[in-house]
Write a protein of this length. Structure first.
Length: 115
C-alpha cells in the first residue's frame, strides 16, 4: 500500500497550490479519502473529506470556499485544490485512506505560505 503526496511548496499569500495523492496497493474507489494537516506544535487536523466512490465532501470551516477536494477513481488519485492561501495554512499536509477496517497514511508534504 502506498499513498504519495505531491504538489506542495512555497507560495505567497493569496496564491494557489494543487496537492495530489497517488494511491496504489488497495481498491482506491472503495475508500473514504481525507486530507489532514499538521502545523508545527499543533495536532493533526482534518482539512477535507470525500466519501468513497466520489460521494459527499466536508471541509473544516477555515478552508470552506477556498479549498476543493476531488478524486479520480480511474487514476487512483485524490486532489486538494487550495486557493487564496493564507499564512495560517502553512503545515505538513497528509493524505489518508480509510475504511472501517483499514487506515493508510502518506508521508506528508510541506506547504508554506509566506511573502
Amino acid at each position: 500500500v502506498q499513498l504519495v503526496e505531491s504538489g506542495g511548496g512555497l507560495v505567497q499569500p493569496g496564491g494557489s497550490l494543487r496537492l495530489s495523492c497517488a494511491a496504489s496497493g488497495f481498491t482506491f474507489r472503495g475508500y473514504e479519502m481525507n486530507w489532514y494537516r499538521q502545523a508545527p506544535g499543533k495536532e493533526r487536523d482534518l482539512v477535507a473529506n470525500m466519501a468513497s466512490y466520489g460521494g459527499s465532501t466536508t471541509y473544516t470551516d477555515s478552508v470552506k470556499g477556498r479549498f476543493t477536494i476531488s478524486r479520480d477513481n480511474t487514476k487512483n488519485t485524490m486532489y486538494l485544490q487550495m486557493n487564496n492561501l493564507k499564512p495560517e495554512d502553512t503545515a505538513m499536509y497528509y493524505c489518508n485512506a480509510k475504511t472501517a477496517w483499514y487506515d493508510y497514511w502518506g508521508q506528508g508534504i510541506h506547504v508554506t505560505v509566506s511573502s
